[in-house]
Write a protein that binds this ligand. Structure first.
Ligand code: FPP
Length: 235
């Protein structure tokens, strides 16, 4: 049993944007806009807090069920952020990656995502992974499809499929598993986020709505993580 320092990889379910806006009698999209600003601050705070990998849930495979206005507004917001933040992220040493199924996204968004990944691939100060049209079950299903193709092509035998080979087919194959998963807004669910990867993660469910989540709140949670002990199933 050992005491933990700073979590190397933190994953965040950024929840509560809608309620934050509703509490102010404003449209939900205003909450998403405020949430985007918070994300920027949290990204900036990571290197100083010792976090090497940050993974955030921006849009789930289930979020398409929201109103057409909200979905279109969120897609526009992602596009605007990709355009306005690209240079800053590159210069700040952030390596940006996207996980999720891209094929359903607008071609212009897919292009901006690929460009940002290419442009920041050499960076090492922080690894930022953004989940868009992401669902843990969908990711495992897509990974299994790729794995089955390799088996059919004779590149892999069924006996070689283990809990070490399968994750090589996941969207997150280059990332370590998250040490800590944070969900804001008081909901205590994982909602299909990093299902495979979070098998041994610590969880923190906090009441703060995402647009109110400051770097100080973040630092406080990381401090709590430091006093937890993780045994990974060992006694
Ligand atoms: C969940 O709150 C939040 C989302 C579905 C969108 C998250 C998007 C951002 C923070 C925008 C910035 C992101 C990027 C990548 C630029 P909710 O709408 O479910 O809130 P509610 O539970 O109060 O309704």
């Amino acid at each position: 049993m050992s005491e933990q320092g700073t979590p190397r990889h933190v994953a965040i379910i950024m929840d509560g944007n809608g309620r934050w806006a509703q509490q102010r009698g404003r449209p939900r999209l205003l909450g998403h806009r405020a949430g985007g600003k918070r994300l920027r601050q949290v990204v900036e705070a990571c290197p100083g807090l010792g976090v090497e990998y940050l993974t955030v849930f921006a849009f789930s495979t289930e979020n398409w069920k929201r109103t057409q206005i909200e979905v279109a507004g969120l897609m526009k917001l992602f596009r605007q952020h990709l355009e306005s933040e690209a240079k800053g992220l590159e210069e700040a040493g952030v390596c940006v990656r996207f996980i999720g199924d891209r094929v359903r996204l607008e071609p212009v968004l897919q292009r901006l995502m690929a460009e940002l990944e290419a442009r920041t691939a050499h960076n090492t100060r922080l690894n930022l992974t953004i989940a868009i049209n992401y669902g843990g079950r969908d990711e495992v299903a897509r990974a299994t499809k790729r794995l089955a193709r390799d088996v059919a092509a004779g590149k892999l035998s069924p006996e070689e499929i283990t809990d070490e080979t399968l994750p090589r087919y996941l969207d997150t194959h280059v990332l370590p598993d998250p040490d800590l998963v944070i969900r804001t807004s008081g909901e205590a669910r994982i909602s299909n986020f990093l299902l495979w990867q979070s098998a041994y993660s610590e969880y923190e469910f906090v009441d703060t709505l995402w647009p109110d989540f400051t770097p100080d709140t973040f630092a406080e949670i990381l401090g709590r993580f430091g006093s937890r002990s993780r045994r990974f199933g060992a006694a």
